[in-house]
Ligand binder design. Structure first.
Ligand code: HGY
Ligand code: MN
Ligand code: MN
Length: 444
């Protein structure tokens, strides 16, 4: 579906500028994709050398655009645009609009999950700077440090710090090399003792806006480039450990075995059956370790991580309890020890109604068919929405593919998204002024 002539008189920057900016965003996604901890694929972990390279690139782009940039105590990279006042010099505006997403990735990731949102935020700030737009709020571009939770199973660590939630026991979690999260953060230049400084203090957060690829097939199936996200489903993540007894693969009779992997495997298939039988539930075991992991030794230990999601929190929690009961029963029947470590629980989130409406209006004015949908994927916006008005704009991604090198968006959809984001900023600004929050520097 192509967009009809834009129907609004909105003061959007010329579409030529927006198209140029979209082209630059695509090129920058390619540059960021080269910031990887694993040659030949895209893997960018929390506080890693690849993340440092990504910060270096962002710092250059932000400084070029005149943004003041910094890394905060949690390792989030942030760039701030102060709108000019009537006199032209930057004045302290009233409140700040945050636009961004995450910079970390899963293992062997695609190049758009996270960075596209950060770079769209940067492009909005660049358009505002070029247009000398006298907005009634500052713009802050945020590149969150740890949304996926790959290195420490601590998803949303960066957005939790910005939302003032702190970190608690997460700081003592260790990675595969025995390095604590706190030490990794210190070595990276962050400060685990000052996470409270990441929050925005007494400054008003006008809203948090996260542009992101859909990571699903819905927009493509409906033939629309953009989706207005109404909310995100809740999720539970946990680590389960089954412990049996190692033994000789050739001499221990089957009836005498306490095979940890066989117990874990039975659990995995029962978890899958539970999800297939529960409408709207998705359950995944994406991580499995076993010891001693030798072909001719009966597995003594098997540790797996589960991820359960559902739009309704009570259904998700009930399914989680059922799954834990089955795991304990399987362990008992097989003479295994069993323990669970809870890693993460985030409830379902509904995004801010006003922001959703302004996004929908912006999509229509830009000439696109509005399509609303909930997110099956987790996002930093879920954390931010607990404290601030938050919303997400989804971009169509080919085949719905994500968390995979084949992840792909089109430049024209990125152009459509940037056009809509700018219109959203204008609507938000007009709304603020109408409510008596004057543009920066105006006599009031
Ligand atoms: O797992 C998720 O939903 C997100 O990609 N972190
Ligand atoms: Mn992801
Ligand atoms: Mn993401």
């Amino acid at each position: 579906m192509t967009n009809k002539e834009s129907t609004s008189a909105a003061n959007v920057p010329g579409m030529q500028r927006v198209r140029q900016a979209a082209r630059r965003i695509m090129a920058r996604c390619d540059e960021l994709a080269r910031c990887t901890d694993c040659a030949g694929e895209i893997t960018r972990l929390f506080c890693s050398p690849a993340m440092e390279s990504a910060h270096d690139l962002l710092r250059g782009w932000m400084q070029e655009a005149g943004l003041g940039c910094r890394m905060d105590a949690a390792g989030n990279f942030r760039g701030r645009h102060e709108p000019p006042s009537a006199g032209g010099e930057a004045a302290r505006p009233l409140g700040v609009l945050l636009i961004g997403s995450h910079l970390d990735s899963v293992v062997n990731a695609g190049r758009y999950d996270g960075p596209l949102g950060v770079l769209l935020g940067l492009a909005v700030a660049e358009l505002a700077a070029e247009a000398q737009a006298r907005l009634p709020f500052a713009l802050e571009v945020v590149g969150f440090c740890e949304e996926e939770g790959v290195r420490y199973q601590a998803p949303f660590f960066g957005s939790r710090a910005l939302a003032g939630e702190g970190a608690g026991e997460l700081l003592e979690r260790v990675d595969a090399h025995g390095v604590t999260l706190a030490d990794a953060l210190r070595r990276f230049g962050g400060d685990p003792d000052r996470l409270a400084d990441c929050a925005c203090g007494d400054e008003e957060i006008v809203a948090y806006l996260e542009p992101h690829i859909e990571q699903g097939p819905v927009l493509e199936q409906h033939g629309v480039p953009l989706g207005i996200v109404t909310g995100a489903v809740g999720q539970t993540r946990a680590s389960l450990q089954f412990v049996g007894r190692a033994g000789h693969a050739g001499t221990v009779p089957m009836c005498a075995r306490r095979d940890a992997l066989a117990g874990a495997a039975q659990f995995v298939l029962e978890l899958e059956a539970l999800a297939r039988a529960t409408d709207g539930l998705v359950a995944t075991v994406g991580h499995l370790e076993m010891a001693p992991n030798v072909a001719n030794v009966i597995p003594a230990a098997a540790r797996l991580r589960i991820d359960l999601r559902h739009a309704d929190d009570a259904t998700r929690q009930s399914a989680t309890s059922q799954a834990m009961l089955r795991a304990a029963t399987i362990a008992r029947e097989r003479g295994l020890d069993f323990e669970v470590l809870w890693l993460e629980e985030t409830g379902r989130v509904d995004f801010d109604g006003t922001c959703v409406d302004l996004l929908e209006r912006s999509v229509v004015e830009a000439g696109w068919q509005p399509h609303k949908l909930a997110s099956g994927a987790g996002h930093d916006a879920m954390v931010m929405a607990k404290r601030y008005p938050s919303a997400m704009l989804f971009l169509r991604c080919a085949g719905g593919t994500s968390h995979h090198p084949d992840e792909c968006v089109s430049e024209s959809d990125v152009c459509a998204a940037l056009d809509v984001l700018w219109r959203f900023v204008e609507h938000l600004a007009r709304r603020r002024v109408a409510r008596g929050v004057p543009p920066v520097g105006s006599s009031s």
